[in-house]
Design a protein around this ligand. Structure first.
Ligand code: ZN
Length: 67
């Protein structure tokens, strides 16, 4: 799935920077881009991104607050 173009895409939903704001991440020596809609997934359920981010299984989810 190597998309080679000048446009950047969200690592999760593949939306382009033209469609949605993308945030720049650095992880495991890689540069990654994720959109604002997928950022909560990265924060709270990074295991869902296994296969999309290398070593995603090592990312710790943010602690859940008690309500
Ligand atoms: Zn996305």
């Amino acid at each position: 799935m190597a998309i080679k173009s000048s446009e950047l895409h969200c690592l999760n939903c593949e939306k382009s920077e033209r469609e949605t704001p993308l945030l720049h991440l650095h992880y495991s020596g890689e540069e990654l881009w994720i959109c604002s809609q997928c950022l909560p997934t990265l924060i709270h359920a990074p295991q869902k991104l296994v296969g999309k981010i290398e070593n995603a299984e090592q990312i710790k989810p943010a602690a859940h607050h008690k309500h």
